[in-house]
Structure formats: C-alpha cells, structure tokens
Design a protein around this ligand. Structure first.
Ligand SMILES: C[S@@+](CC[C@H](N)C(=O)[O-])C[C@H]1O[C@@H](n2cnc3c(N)ncnc32)[C@H](O)[C@@H]1O
Length: 214
C-alpha cells in the first residue's frame, strides 16, 4: 500500500502492515481522512489501536503524516499510518479492520456512503465481521446554493433508518442508529472540516449513522 510520510510516498507491504497490526489490539480506519487530524486525536486517545487514515488526496496529509512519523519522544505517534488510496479500491494488504469512520465525506465518497457505487462493499471487504462504524454526514451538502448530492433527498434520522438502512444492508452494513449531532458531539469528532464548516455558519447540521459492518 502507498504510505504517506510527509512529502514521501513509500510502499508498505502486506507483510509489513500485518506485523504492525500484530503489535496493536486492533485497527481503526478513517476513510476520507482529509488532513488526518481525527486520526491523530484517536491515536492519542487509544494508543493500543493502530489508526489508519486513508485518503485519495495525499497532499492534505503531508503535514500531519510528517508530524506523526517523528520519534515518539518528540511527539510522534507510532500507532498511526496514512495511506493514499481511493475508498472504492482499498489497498491490498489492508484487512481485518476492527472499526471504521467516514467523517464529513464529499464527492464520490459521499455518494458511496449513501450506497451509490462500490464504496460500502469495498470497505466491508477489508473489515472484520461485526466491526462498528461511524459515518457523519454534512447535511448542508443537500442545501443551496450548490447542492452536492444530486437527486438523493436529504436524510433525517427516520428516513436513514428506512431507505438508507436497506442500501447499507445490501452492501453488508447493518445500520442500527441515526441521530443529529449536537455541538459537543460535533466537537468530539475533532476534524478540521467540522471546524471549518462550523466557523462559517450559525449552526452546523450533521447526521451521524452507526452500526456494524459484516
Ligand atoms: C470534506 S473532506 C473531510 C475530511 C475529514 N474527514 C474531515 O472531516 O476533516 C472529504 C475528504 O474525502 C476525500 N475523498 C473524497 N472522495 C474520496 C474517495 N473516493 N476515496 C478516498 N477519499 C475520498 C477527499 O479527498 C477529502 O479529503
């Protein structure tokens, strides 16, 4: 897999990844990690977990991945790996994921988390059976001036548990809960995108979906 460390992209073989995984209690995968701040946050909170941030765009990962890669006594995080890959085609060697997060997706990742295209199935293929998931949707993507999501109607907790639940089940994801996040819940995600969106509007509307994969 293509591991991002600052400006470098180095190959991490399936055997090397498996060896890293063995040194940890489990793997948490953050898909569409952006600048990876959520990954750093989780890695500090859960040092027993190997936390993998995956994004199709390596540029935003440069600073955070460089920070994580320094020696632990200088603030580095040995339990962090950043990977350049599309969610539709997770890298060979990534398997046995024990928890998956997809926070504030946009573009093809947003459409994928709504059940369009291969994203849900591709991610299910790398997860251990019963892996918990958290998906958080920026509901402003459905609203003027430029709705991002085409024909799909804006979901709410009730519609997510009917229409979306069926789409998720088709891909092997069991969607068991959906609720709006309050300010504290949004802040707890510790992502750059929520901070950026939140600073430009009075209220940020985020729908959280959770359940298990496989
Ligand atoms: C709005 S940003 C959110 C970033 C981060 N999760 C946060 O909350 O700060 C969406 C991210 O999804 C990534 N993305 C979009 N489509 C993707 C795909 N098909 N595969 C992997 N990453 C994708 C983008 O590159 C971008 O970094």
């Amino acid at each position: 897999m293509h591991r991002v460390i600052g400006k470098r992209v180095v190959e991490l073989s399936p055997a090397e990844f498996a060896a890293l995984r063995e040194r940890h209690a489990g793997v948490l995968l953050d898909v569409g990690t952006g600048d990876g701040k959520h990954v750093l946050h989780v890695a500090r909170q859960r040092p027993d977990m190997l936390v993998v941030g995956l994004d199709a765009n390596a540029d935003a990962l440069r600073r955070t991945s460089a920070r994580a890669a320094v020696r632990a006594d200088r603030g580095g995080l040995p339990n962090v790996v950043f990977v350049r890959a599309a969610a539709e085609r997770p890298p060979a060697g990534l398997s046995g994921v024990d928890e998956v997060h997809v926070l504030m997706p946009w573009g093809s990742l947003l459409r994928g988390t709504l059940g369009d295209g291969p994203v849900l199935e591709s991610l299910a293929a790398v997860c251990a059976p019963g892996a918990p998931f958290l998906v958080t949707l920026n509901l402003h993507a459905w609203r003027p001036p430029v709705p991002e999501v085409g024909e799909l109607p804006e979901p709410d907790p009730a519609s997510a548990l009917t229409g979306l639940r069926a789409r998720y089940a088709d891909a092997g994801w069991q969607l068991t809960g959906a609720e709006y996040l309050d300010d504290a819940g949004i802040a707890a995600l510790a992502t750059s995108w929520t901070k950026r969106l939140g600073s430009s509007r009075d209220q940020l509307d985020v729908l959280a979906l959770h359940g298990t994969v496989g």
